[in-house]
Design a protein around this ligand. Structure first.
Ligand code: MLT
Ligand code: MN
Ligand code: ZN
Length: 301
């Protein structure tokens, strides 16, 4: 008889692109993360397992080398071996693909992405360091379940979100909903979990899909849409970056509160976000029963 499987998710990186602190940022949060007043957080990635042995990475962050070093479950268990069996990429932004370069060194694993996201990887010859003899590139169709790990069925689905930042030409289509930005549904032993680190809007279809889930990791990039301007670090709104805010009438907190999800965890959190610190914004989120991810936090579905 096989051992019981249970879906476990380990936050490798809770921060959005840039991390906390971000190399060139002197905002209050980044300052405090340097001084030790706030815990530093690495860039966006989640590791999942169902047997505690074999792991899948959901996104490959530029901080992946440190994330593997910091988490013993991802250390090699033999002379040349890794428990990382699969890597899945949910969009083409730097914070989610640059870590693929860390995974060179002739290690076998399976790389999953939709066609347009895989095209970004194929179009950049630097990713040839992932030797095709070892790394199988698997193009995934939306809404077609596949085995992400033995015992873990995953399905990718369209999430409202623009093209990757470095592919923007002029004003991007902010209403885009297709294969450029996807969410991940994971099913194991009747439990249902979701990973959605980037989302511009909770459409009726998306709400219907995630309703009554056991566990949801959701885009917590900004608390307020105008937060970057308010903190003085830039002019872009959350909306322009392809990320809906947590707060506000059109924010995710209000929308998700209606959906009867057992556990909601905000992740992919920008360094400007006030929820990093103990304050009214974090308490507002926690008062709803929602959580703020942090590096190393582990959740069971
Ligand atoms: C984002 O989520 O908006 C991106 O990570 C932006 C970036 O690539 O810097
Ligand atoms: Mn990002
Ligand atoms: Zn900052």
């Amino acid at each position: 008889m096989s051992a019981t499987l249970a879906l476990r998710a380990l936050v490798l990186g809770a921060a959005a692109g840039g991390g906390l602190p971000q190399w060139n940022c002197g905002c209050g949060n980044c300052h405090d993360a340097r001084s030790g007043a706030l815990a530093p957080q690495t860039q966006s990635s989640l590791a999942v397992t169902v047997d505690g042995k074999s792991w899948a990475l959901l996104n490959a962050s530029p901080d992946l080398r440190q994330q593997i070093a910091d988490n013993a479950c991802l250390h090699p268990r033999a002379l040349r071996a890794s428990p990382i069996a699969s890597v899945l990429v949910t969009n083409g932004d730097i914070d989610h693909i640059a870590g693929l370069l860390i995974l060179r060194e002739k290690q076998a694993f399976r790389l999953f992405a939709t066609r347009p996201i895989m095209d970004i990887i194929e179009a950049n010859s630097v990713f040839k360091v992932l030797d095709r003899q070892c790394v199988e590139r698997i193009v995934v169709e939306l809404d077609e379940p596949f085995a992400l790990l033995d015992g873990l069925t995953a399905t990718l689905f369209a999430v409202p979100g623009k093209v990757a930042l470095f592919l923007e030409e002029g004003e991007p289509d902010l209403a885009l909903e297709g294969e450029q930005t996807v969410g991940v549904e994971m099913l194991c032993e009747g439990r249902r979990a979701y990973y959605i680190p980037g989302c511009a809007r909770i459409s009726p279809a998306l709400a219907g899909r995630i309703r009554a889930a056991d566990l949801l990791f959701f885009d917590g990039t900004v608390y307020r849409d105008a937060e970057m301007a308010e903190t003085g670090v830039g002019t872009k709104t959350g909306r322009r970056m392809g990320h809906m805010s947590i707060d506000g009438e059109e924010g995710s907190l209000a929308a998700l509160a209606e959906l009867g999800i057992a556990r909601v965890v905000y992740t992919h959190i920008n360094n400007t976000n006030p929820v990093w610190r103990d304050g009214p914004e974090r308490r507002h989120v926690e008062a709803r029963g929602f959580q703020i991810a942090s590096d190393g936090a582990e959740y069971e579905a």
